[in-house]
Design a protein. Structure first.
Lengths: 107, 107
DNA sequence: TTTATATATTGCAATATTACGATAATAAAA
DNA sequence: TTTTATTATCGTAATATTGCAATATATAAA
């Protein structure tokens, strides 16, 4: 079918899966690393940095924005994308609590 | 195209993306939570627990095994799947180091 | 050996994702 | 206003993922 049966899982499970899905692409990992490595605001230096076309980068940025992992500040005709630190930490905590709760070993 | 351009990213970025991809599905999250919630070894109680067909569960288990997140011990005609605690912690550490390194805020 | 049970594999249909060219939208500069 | 630069959206092709029925495999029990 190709469609995930989200109805049979709880909202926490679906939320975790969505977060992991946003992070499940090397271009988006690279974008996050690049954004965070710049001291000043950056824009579509990202397009030059990562080797992908501008529409592709734009789409990846949209997905990162969809879970508020980054935020964009308009600066003239440029847009400055930054890590949303609050959400960043919130997600890190969420993932850690998943990892901490899920660790009983039986074999 | 549909194909991720892994060649243009480094191995660390691709590795992270692969780990996130394995976790990016609510069925696999639910399987991990269920496995870890059982004190004794469990097998295809997973099929009964999660509302998906046996071949589907088998495929998800295969993907979880592909990054050694779980291991299966053969027990007669049943197979006992368990969290691989060492790998589990290794991955948690890897993700935390990603989150810790990537956090500069500029806006 | 035959039967029953548990798990894996194959093949396929439906949907999702990735990437990009073409184009639209926006805003500064000329 | 026209031009230029920057970013977003649309449409589409290629590939990946999800899920399941059918079937294969493996092992224990009869």
């Amino acid at each position: 079918m190709g469609i995930t049966k989200t109805q049979i899982f709880n909202s926490r499970q679906n939320e975790l899966a969505i977060i992991f899905k946003v992070l499940a692409n090397p271009a988006r990992i690279a974008i996050l690393q690049y954004i965070s490595g710049q001291k000043a605001c950056i824009c579509n230096d990202i397009v030059d940095e990562i080797g992908l076309a501008q529409p592709t980068i734009s789409q990846h940025l949209k997905e990162l924005k969809s879970i508020d992992l980054i935020k964009g500040a308009i600066d003239g005709k440029k847009i400055c994308y930054c890590i949303n630190l609050e959400k960043w930490k919130e997600i890190q905590d969420l993932l850690n609590s998943f990892f901490d709760k899920t660790k009983f070993n039986c074999c």
